[in-house]
Design a protein around this ligand. Structure first.
Ligand code: SF4
Length: 400
C-alpha cells in the first residue's frame, strides 16, 4: 500500500494503517523527520534495553502485526520502510516489556535464545536480518526481555510459568474424512502422518467419519500400511464433521504426565479443490506444527500453541476468544485433562473453540503468522501477507 503523499511504498501488513505518527513522517518525505525519529529509537533502545519483533500478541485488531514484508508490490521493502518497521517494533517491544513488569529472562532462558539465534541463517553479525524477513533487532539485546520473542517463532515469550518439557511424550489425534473424489487431499494427509510419524513417540489415534460419500474405514486402514496407529475410531459422519470424534479421541490419550503433549488436526481442505487456498493453508498447518524445537519452546511457558492464531473467530465472537485458523494445535496434556476437556456442543466448530475454552489467551502461543484476521484467508491475503513470511520462516530453519 502506498502512503499518500510519499514516494515510498509502505507495506501495511494485513490491511492495517500505520500509526498516525508514522504516516505523518512518511507523508512529509522528510529525511530530517526520519532522522529525528531514529534518534528517539536509539534513545528508547538504550533506555529499554530491548528489541522486539513486529507482532503484538495482545492487540490483534489495533496493532495487527507489521512484519517486515518483502513482497510489497513484488518489490523488497525500502530502507525507509524497514526503518519504520523497526520503530513500530520498538514501540511494541517497549509496551510488552512494561506490561510484563520489565521482567528480564533468566540466564538459562537467555542462553537458550542466544544459542538458537547463533544457529539461525538470519543472524547477520549479531543482528536479525530484516532484509530476509527478520526483525532487524540487535540479538544480544533482543534475548533479554522476558516478553521478547523471535519474529519467526523459533523462540517464544516466557511467562512466570516456565516449565520446559523433559523428554516429552508426543501424541497425535487426527480426524479423517475420506471423501470420494477428494483422494488427492486425504491421501496427502495420510502421507503427512507417515512422514512425521516418528515424531509421535506417544500414541497415534485416528478417527474416521464415514458415510455414503466416503471410502470405508477398511479402505482407509489399508492406506495406513506401515504407519503405527494405536487406536482407530469409526463414526457415522454428520454435520458435526471433525468434532465428531474429538472427545473420544482425547479420552484415549488421558494422562497426568506433565511432559505429555498432544497434536490435533484433521483433513483440512478435503471438501475444497486442489488449487483452493485451503491446501496451501493445510501444508502450513503440517509443516509449521512439525517444527518440534519451536513447539516445545512455546510450550515451555504456554499450554497450547500452533500457527496462524486469530482473535477474530469466524463463527462466535466472545471477548478474549482466540483460535488457530485451521484448528491444528498442540497442547500440554496434563492441563487439558485437568480442565473441561469433555465439553461438547452440537456443532462442528467445537474443535475450533477448544483452545479458548480450555486456555486463556495468555496461555497460548503462536509460532507462525500471529493474529491472522480469519475472514481474509484467501489467495490474495496469502500473496500479500503470508507467502513472504512463510518463505522467511522456512529459510530461518534451513527448509527449502
Ligand atoms: S529469526 Fe529468530 S532465531 Fe533467527 S536471528 Fe532472528 S530472532 Fe534469532
Amino acid at each position: 500500500m502506498a502512503c499518500e503523499g510519499c514516494t515510498t511504498e509502505l507495506c501495511t501488513v494485513r490491511g492495517k494503517a500505520l500509526p498516525k505518527a508514522m504516516l505523518t513522517t512518511c507523508q512529509r518525505g522528510n529525511a530530517a523527520a526520519v532522522d529525528a525519529m531514529l534518534q528517539k529509537v536509539e534513545q528508547a533502545r538504550a533506555a529499554v534495553a530491548t528489541n522486539h519483533p513486529d507482532r503484538h500478541p495482545r492487540k490483534a485488531v489495533v496493532t495487527a502485526s507489521r512484519k517486515p514484508c518483502q513482497s510489497c508490490n513484488g518489490k523488497p521493502k525500502s530502507k525507509l520502510a524497514r526503518t519504520v518497521d523497526r520503530i513500530v517494533s520498538l514501540k511494541n517491544a517497549a509496551v510488552d516489556f512494561i506490561q510484563d513488569g520489565m521482567a528480564v529472562a533468566n540466564p538459562e532462558q537467555q542462553a537458550k535464545r542466544s544459542a538458537i539465534c547463533a544457529a539461525c541463517s538470519l543472524n547477520k553479525d549479531g543482528w536479525c536480518d530484516d532484509t530476509k524477513g527478520g526483525c532487524g533487532c540487535n540479538l544480544s539485546l533482543k534475548v533479554m526481555p522476558r516478553a521478547s520473542y523471535c519474529p519467526l517463532g523459533k523462540w517464544s515469550a516466557y511467562r512466570d510459568e516456565y516449565r520446559p518439557l523433559v523428554n516429552p511424550t508426543r501424541s497425535l489425534m487426527f480426524h479423517l474424512y475420506p471423501l470420494k473424489g477428494k483422494e488427492w487431499n486425504w491421501h496427502w494427509h495420510i502421507e503427512q502422518i507417515r512422514k512425521h510419524q516418528d515424531k509421535f513417540n506417544g500414541k497415534i489415534v485416528v478417527g474416521v467419519g464415514v458415510d455414503k460419500n466416503t471410502a470405508t474405514i477398511e479402505e482407509v486402514q489399508a492406506l495406513f500400511d506401515g504407519i503405527r496407529v494405536d487406536h482407530w475410531l469409526r463414526a457415522d459422519n454428520n454435520k458435526m464433521a471433525e468434532t465428531l470424534t474429538h472427545v473420544e479421541m482425547l479420552s484415549l490419550l488421558n494422562t497426568d504426565d506433565p511432559n505429555a503433549i498432544i497434536f490435533r488436526y484433521h483433513t483440512k481442505g478435503v471438501t475444497k479443490t486442489r488449487d483452493a487456498v485451503e491446501q496451501k493453508w493445510a501444508e502450513i498447518m503440517w509443516d509449521g506444527n512439525m517444527d518440534l524445537p519451536s513447539v516445545e519452546d512455546a510450550l515451555a511457558s504456554h499450554l497450547v500453541c500452533g500457527v496462524m492464531r486469530s482473535q477474530t473467530p469466524l463463527v462466535k465472537k466472545k471477548p478474549g476468544d482466540f483460535f488457530y485458523a485451521g484448528s491444528a494445535y498442540w497442547a500440554r496434556a496434563k492441563e487439558v485433562f485437568e480442565r473441561d476437556w469433555q465439553w461438547k456442543e452440537p456443532n462442528r466448530w467445537v474443535v475450533e473453540y477448544v483452545p479458548a475454552h480450555l486456555f486463556s489467551f495468555a496461555e497460548s502461543a503462536c509460532i507462525f503468522h500471529d493474529l491472522v484476521p480469519s475472514s481474509v484467508l484467501n489467495h490474495q491475503y496469502f500473496a500479500e501477507h503470508v507467502d513472504a513470511e512463510w518463505a522467511a520462516w522456512k529459510a530461518a530453519r534451513g527448509i527449502e
